[in-house]
Design a protein around this ligand. Structure first.
Ligand code: ZN
Length: 271
């Protein structure tokens, strides 16, 4: 599923080219996770000022209004002057005078939601509970440690929940915990300050490397111009059950935590 690095790579792949474009048509196919919030045709005539990202949401700043886009489990965007005819999994399209933006989403957990602005209820509902951005200055070791101390759940679950820090999805949480030498099942509240500091640095390191290589492509993720990510070639634990740890040679273990697979090295991540 697209996580922060994939969403950011998607944003970077079309943001500059759609900025300033005028919307000439809008089309909505099968229902997505949440309703658009207005008839699609009403987007016609509006201008796209910029594309921002908050957590895993892409925010298209319109003139006026805001379009929030989420890629869900299996969504991907394409942006090009011309695109092939729509397929059965294409569910949203914006035609602009600078190109066509199309959402393909086989599982339809993605969404496109219109809001008059970021403070409107439709936007607050989606963005309101999000934690800090991991690559911004606001993500800071002391406040991170303080937030973890208030949580009794397993550290990996707390990272995935996204209300302390956004964008640390399943792959990146497993990788960061490995790098920091922390067992994914450890209660967040029990992390000492030095270990929280190490984890903070590990999250930055893992996400930074993933951003640098355009994210992770496990099955079919690609950005808005069709480029795949390459972080799957750098993973140390994710998806490597039974294979030797790249540090100590111990077989990597896989467990389930809250319906999600967690991978760790029992020796490098003792507690
Ligand atoms: Zn190891």
């Amino acid at each position: 599923m697209p996580e922060l690095p994939e969403v950011e790579a998607t944003r970077l792949s079309f943001a500059d080219r759609i900025a300033g474009a005028r919307i000439v048509s809008a089309w909505l196919g099968k229902p997505l996770r949440w309703p658009l919030g207005l008839p699609a045709e009403q987007l016609s005539g509006l201008r796209v000022r910029a594309v921002r990202r908050r957590g895993k949401y892409l925010l298209l700043d319109l003139e006026p209004g805001l379009l929030l886009l989420h890629l869900g489990m299996s969504g991907s965007l394409s942006f090009a002057r011309t695109l092939p005819p729509r397929g059965p999994h294409d569910h949203f399209e914006l035609g602009t005078d600078q190109g066509i933006l199309r959402l393909n989403d086989p599982r339809r957990f993605g969404a496109v939601v219109w809001a008059p602005d970021e403070e409107a209820p439709a936007a607050r509902k989606l963005l309101g509970g999000l934690g800090v951005e991991p690559m911004e200055r606001e993500f800071e070791p002391d406040t991170f440690h303080a937030a973890l101390r208030a949580r009794r759940s397993a550290i990996k679950q707390v990272l995935l929940a996204g209300d302390v820090v956004v964008g640390v999805g399943n792959i990146y949480a497993s990788e960061a915990l490995f790098l920091a030498g922390i067992r994914p099942t450890l209660s967040a509240a029990r992390l000492s300050r030095p270990r929280a500091v190490r984890l903070h640095a590990a999250i930055r390191d893992v996400l930074g490397r993933a951003l640098a290589v355009g994210g992770t492509t496990l099955r079919n993720y690609s950005n808005a111009v069709g480029e795949r990510g390459n972080f799957q070639f750098e993973v140390r634990v994710y998806g490597r059950e039974g294979e030797p740890c790249r540090v100590c040679g111990t077989p990597i273990k896989a467990i389930r935590q809250g319906q999600r697979a967690t991978f760790f090295c029992p020796k490098c991540q003792k507690t």
